[in-house]
Design a binder for this molecule. Structure first.
Ligand code: F6R
Length: 596
């Protein structure tokens, strides 16, 4: 993730842009940069590291303008260097661009532009946007048309702020990355989220997919905005929303807790995972292919994602992956040897047991592949190869969006192993759409009602088989962590070997069904518990008379569990609210367990 901010108005807006970037630092903080248009010149300033302690007045007193953009970066393409930091300029220095997202076809675009004589300075995907606009300006009648035409050629995701040395204009555009316009008296703001400018503007327009906003001075000289569709160029009537959130609520996107904010972000997380670079996946897949034995080592929720991954790789790729809890690894790690691959999964990248696993793997000469969410974390630095999962910053202690980002990354790896990256990407986009349906308002109401019904139960169980076994564990982990209801997940096949003794009248059992040959078996398990009085909640691609409560999930084949878990994350949250508990403060838990 990266954060972008923009200002267009009648006074020097650089102070507001710097403040906005500080608020967006949670989106990325390996470098940052600013651009200002003043006296038909574009000034640029870039630095490596966090913007946190930067003081504009003291550190850069003469830097500013009435049209400004800024960016805080989380590197994806190209290392953490000042050159790779945004804003990026066209060859002639006329166009400056800040970007959040990924230009997936940047290599083709860059090659074509280089043939036309464009000289690139950075290794980023973003720089092609500046050159592409410059190229389009050669044939298009004005900057707005040139930008539209350039954006139509871009595949991938973008939230953009674009300034032009030759025009009094600031252009914002979005597709699959967030962008908000802030409206104040005779001035406008752009931000990746509302808190970036809430201090100055509380009337906002949330840009929709493939929308573009042009900020300019009208005939009267007043600042004005025009909203339009990128593809058709047709003007769109803006829906202005008045923000009534407090500054603290604004950070949570208007939601009362980060947990709900982060759960609702999940379609975007999946779309971002789908955009993971093919080359990156193929390099990781090569490590898996080459390994004599493969292990997946992680803790808690991340381990559950690893368990899903191990079933997926067994089913789709015929690869045996042994999951081991990082906390238990030390009893096995003396058996690691050269030729082994240890896949570590971690949101924080700082979990002590996981880092210990890396040390023992390396000691034995084994290789480590990390699926990790925090750039620059200890795990990322220690691993032989790492892939950044695409959850973005997860502030809630309870892991939700990181879980599905890890599951989705295993899916992308599985696709790459079979030479089907593009096909898997398409399937993941369907997962995002399916989650979008689950988080619709009417469904949230249904889950709230279910939470009300279940809030007084002392015990609750989860059942799943094969690809959904991990979800039976994860759903119960989430419920116990946040609502303190005793919840345990089991594999359907284990039911008769003990857990069935726990089934009594009205005990809720969440049954996860996978659309494959295991569906019949899990439905049989559901019947077995229902016969003993259980209240059966079916989370499935198809209804069955055994389910007393049915939570429908789109049939997404082997990826169905990625969408299914969202129901139970939401259930866990609403159970906590029903019980008047604070989901922001789960007892005894913290983000990042950095001690063994
Ligand atoms: C559950 C949760 C924990 C973490 C676990 C691993 O909601 O947050 O179970 O998943 O402590 O943490 P990371 O992924 O940071 O290694």
């Amino acid at each position: 993730m990266c954060g972008i901010v923009g200002y267009f108005g009648s006074k020097d807006g650089m102070g507001a842009v710097v403040e906005g970037l500080k608020r967006l630092e949670y989106r990325g903080y390996d470098s940052w940069g600013l651009a200002a248009r003043t006296d038909r010149k574009i000034l640029i300033h870039k630095e490596i590291g966090k913007i946190g302690s930067f003081n504009l007045k003291k550190d850069l007193p003469n830097f500013g303008g009435k049209i400004c953009i800024g960016h805080t970066r989380w590197a994806t393409h190209g290392g953490v260097t000042a050159i790779n930091s945004h804003p990026h300029l066209s060859c002639d220095g006329r166009i400056a661009v800040v970007h959040n997202g990924i230009v997936e076809n940047y290599q083709e675009l860059r090659a074509a532009l280089e043939k036309k004589g464009h000289k690139f300075k950075s290794q980023t995907d973003t720089e092609v946007i500046a050159h592409l606009i410059e190229q389009e300006l050669r044939t298009k009648k004005n900057i707005v048309e040139a930008v539209r035409s350039a954006l139509k050629k871009i595949e991938g995701s973008f939230a953009l702020g674009i300034i032009d040395r030759e025009n009094d204009i600031l252009i914002g555009a979005r597709y699959a990355s967030p962008l908000v316009l802030g409206i104040a008296k005779d001035e406008f703001y752009l931000g990746s989220d509302v808190p970036a400018f809430l201090k100055y503007a509380n009337q906002v327009v949330f840009l929709d997919e493939r929308e573009m906003v042009v900020l300019s001075h009208g005939k009267s000289g007043n600042a004005q905005f025009d909203l339009m569709n990128i593809d058709s160029g047709k003007k769109i009537k803006a829906k202005i929303t008045k923000i009534k959130w407090s500054a603290e609520e604004a950070e949570k996107g208007g939601h009362p807790h980060f947990m709900i904010k982060e759960m609702l972000e999940q379609p975007l997380v999946i779309r971002k995972t789908a955009a993971t670079e093919k080359e990156e996946l193929e390099k990781a897949a090569a490590l898996i292919k080459k390994a004599k034995r493969v292990f997946v080592v992680a803790c808690g929720t991340a381990l559950h994602a690893g368990i899903y991954g191990s079933y997926l790789l067994a089913k789709r790729n015929n690869i045996m992956v042994q999951p081991i809890s990082a906390g238990e690894l030390s009893y096995f790690s003396h058996l690691f040897k050269k030729g082994d691959l240890v896949i570590t999964v971690s949101q924080s990248g700082e979990t002590a047991d996981v880092l210990e696993a890396v040390r023992s793997a390396h000691k034995a000469g084994a290789k480590v592949l990390a699926l990790v969410n925090v750039l620059g974390s200890s795990l990322m630095r220690a691993a032989d190869r790492s892939i950044l999962t695409k959850a973005g910053s997860e502030i809630c202690v309870l892991s939700t969006k990181a879980y599905i980002s890890q599951q989705a990354m295993f899916a992308m790896l599985s696709g790459a192993l079979n030479g089907e990256t593009a096909k898997m990407k398409k399937s993941l986009l369907e997962v995002a759409d399916a989650i979008e349906k689950i988080i619709e308002k009417k469904n949230l109401g249904k889950i709230k009602t279910l939470a009300k019904k279940l809030s007084k139960v002392p015990n609750l169980y989860g059942l799943g088989r094969s690809l959904n076994y991990a979800n039976s564990l994860e759903s119960c982990l989430k419920i116990k962590e946040v609502s303190y209801i005793h919840a345990e997940g089991f594999a359907g096949g284990d039911l008769k070997h003990g857990p069935i003794a726990l089934i009594e009248k009205d005990v809720p059992v969440m049954v996860f069904a996978t659309p494959d040959s295991t569906e019949k078996e899990i439905v049989s398990n559901a019947m077995e518990v229902k016969a003993r009085g259980a209240f059966v909640i079916g989370i499935s691609f198809q209804n069955n008379s055994v389910y007393e409560e049915f939570l429908p999930v789109t049939d997404l084949g082997d990826l169905t569990p990625i969408a299914a878990i969202v129901y139970t994350q939401l259930l866990a949250y609403y159970l906590a609210l029903e019980k008047k508990l604070d989901p922001a403060k789960p007892t005894h838990l913290a983000n990042g367990v950095t001690v063994n």
